[in-house]
Design a protein around this ligand. Structure first.
Ligand code: F6R
Length: 610
């Protein structure tokens, strides 16, 4: 997804812009560019490809020494990745970087053509730049031009703009796309994401929708759409630069898997008081839990898979029916929502466009919404009726790992809390589960991490696979869905998750000599059944990797070629170390294949477009 950085101050801007864009590379991009104000002109250099391509181009062009500039990494939405389509987009009077999608760009183009404008790129952004230009020509006032333009524009945007004649100032405004503003002794910054400013300051303003920021080297001011001055809240980030870097690991993904025990503690500890779930820190009213007759968990990708784990555990412990929905389906299919339902939105970034739209739909239907989100102050967090932050720290690898584990953990805690309402769990039983969650989950994951070398050995036998299956029953099947997504997104091996009992209804015809099958067995009541399924594939020549709990490994003769016994933990909590094991497997396959583990092709960390 696109990234924005802007700087104005006492230093040369280009090195700051490039460094900021580098911290945003994890968002995924296909081109990059900068505009620097110097000598009364706006000099733009941009390039398709990686930041190194942009740097090479900057080296060749005349040195850009100006102190005010904006930079962008683009992930194509309108128009292919190309030099021309990349940002910034310049007009006679301004240069603009943009994250998001302008929905009515065709209408705007028509209007601008009538006013004599023409276009060189296929982008919606160039239309927005020219719209701003048109209004600026009328008033010669940047704030006036922005306030007029945002009245016309429909869609999502985070804009960073430099106007001619105002070359020491960056203007910024946003809707449905994040943007932060910051300042230190050396200047002012705008950025689409926190890591871009962490090297300079740990204080920032998260720009509210519709608020226009005027960022100077020494002064920042904010205005509402009527151009009246407004205040924005200064926030402090408790992530340091170190946390946003790889910390000695070869990839962010493996670093983040290793952070799971700590992330889980951070998420759970503040919410367990006197041994029981307590959401006081989140200002969640305890009575809330008594009021829901059905739950809808709505999310995308990995977060949706965490929802499947949530469904299994809420239905098991609290006996409340849970419906897990893909957000992009939910938002359009007119779901049946009753006033006593609860809609839970799960999202690491809190900016996923489909999840945000699903949230808005649920709210429009008058249903109570609860967001479980990792990024503080993100759009989903701000718009939901209540929010539980997962506090996993920044997740930089595109493939989500620790965020998934903490989402599952919060759903477990909610399940326990809901089960306490009408005595489905006694206080004693609830306390025992909470105690075990606090201590056994982190410990078992630490133990699972020690299996990394063995998992790497097994991974070496899978690197040549063209396709692969993950199978399991009950909650093991939920884990299998995520295991499969993880493998395919970073290793490019086609993989599918199957409920173990379903293979025989068609898919088993794909199993031939050497077909790899990863079989999960942590659920005692269905273990025997899964083992029968494993026998069926084994007898057709499958290469079986068994991921099983120690109790079940001792009790059943699981036919397999490799066995990964997950660390000892109660059956209820076994999904946590099992998830870590399958994440490690996906990681090692990708790393052994020499792939770009943290930035798999075609993927973006935060999918803020539909
Ligand atoms: C896969 C992955 C994605 C995200 C999905 C939702 O590893 O990370 O499937 O889970 O795009 O993103 P969030 O959680 O930010 O809403």
């Amino acid at each position: 997804m696109c990234g924005i950085i802007g700087y104005t101050g006492s230093k040369k801007s280009v090195p700051i812009l490039i460094e900021g864009l580098r911290t945003l590379e994890y968002r995924g991009y296909d081109s990059a560019g900068v505009t620097v104000a110097e000598g009364g002109r706006l000099a733009t250099v941009k390039s398709k490809g990686r930041l190194t391509d942009l740097e090479a181009r900057l080296e060749k062009s005349a040195e850009l020494l100006g102190n005010c500039g904006i930079g962008h990494t683009r992930w194509a939405t309108h128009g292919e990745p190309s030099d021309t389509n990349s940002h910034p987009h310049a007009t006679k009077n301004l240069a603009l970087v943009h994250n998001g999608i302008i929905e009515n760009y065709a209408e705007i183009e028509e209007m601008l053509k009538g006013a004599g404008y023409s276009f060189i790129s296929e982008t919606d952004t160039e239309r927005a730049a020219n719209l701003l230009d048109m209004f600026f020509c009328r008033s010669k006032d940047p704030l006036d031009a922005i306030s007029h333009a945002i009245k016309v524009i429909r869609g999502s945007y985070a804009f960073g703009i430099i106007f001619k004649g105002f070359e020491d100032t960056i203007y910024a405004v946003r809707k449905d796309s994040p943007l932060i503003i910051a300042q230190n002794d050396e200047g002012g910054f705008i950025a689409s994401d926190i890591p871009a400013i962490l090297a300079h300051t740990n204080k920032y303003y998260r720009l509210d929708e519709g608020v226009i920021a005027k960022v100077g080297a020494k002064e920042i001011s904010f205005f509402d759409e009527a151009l009246a001055p407004v205040e924005q809240k200064l926030e402090t980030i408790d992530w340091n630069v170190e946390q946003a870097q790889k910390g000695g690991y070869p990839h962010f993904m493996i670093k983040e898997i290793n952070e799971e025990p700590e992330a889980l503690k951070k998420t759970l500890e503040p919410r367990i008081r006197d041994g029981l779930p307590h959401f006081g820190i989140d200002a969640l009213d305890g009575d809330l839990f008594a009021s829901f007759s059905a739950i809808h968990i709505v999310a995308c990708g990995t977060a949706m898979h965490a929802g499947l784990v949530g469904k299994a555990i809420i239905e098991k412990l609290a006996r409340i029916p849970v419906n897990v929905e893909i957000a992009s389906e939910f938002r359009y299919r007119d779901p049946i929502l009753n006033k006593n339902d609860l809609v839970i939105l799960l999202s690491q970034s809190g900016e996923t466009a489909d999840t945000l739209a699903a949230l808005r739909h649920a709210k429009a239907c008058g249903v109570y919404t609860l967001a479980i989100v990792n990024v503080i102050g993100s759009s989903v967090a701000r718009e939901a009726d209540s929010v539980l932050y997962t506090w996993a720290g920044p997740e930089i690898a595109v493939a989500s790992t620790k965020a998934y584990s903490v989402q599952c953990a919060l759903l477990y805690l909610l399940a326990v809390r809901m089960a306490m309402v009408d005595g489905k769990l006694t206080d004693g039983e609830a306390k025992a589960i909470c105690e075990s969650m606090l201590t056994d989950i982190p410990t078992s994951i630490e133990e699972a991490l020690k299996l990394s070398d063995k998992i790497c050995d097994i991974a070496s036998k899978l690197v040549a696979a063209e396709h692969l299956f993950y199978i399991g029953r009950d909650i093991d099947y939920s884990i299998a869905t995520e295991a499969s997504l993880k493998l395919k997104e970073i290793s490019y091996i086609h993989s599918e998750a199957y409920a173990a009992g379903e293979l025989k209804h068609g898919t088993i015809s794909l199993v031939t000599e050497g077909t790899p099958i990863v079989a999960l067995t942590t659920v005692s009541k269905v273990c025997e059944k899964t083992v029968s399924g494993i026998r069926e594939v084994k007898s057709r020549g499958a290469y079986v990797v068994s991921v099983c709990s120690s109790d079940l490994a001792g009790k059943y003769d699981i036919p397999c070629d490799e066995m990964l016994v997950i660390p000892q933990i109660s059956e209820l909590l076994a999904p946590f170390p099992a998830a870590t094991v399958v994440q490690l497997l996906a990681y090692h396959v990708s790393a052994l294949k020499g792939l770009d583990v943290d930035k798999p092709r075609n993927l973006a960390k935060s999918v803020t477009v539909e």
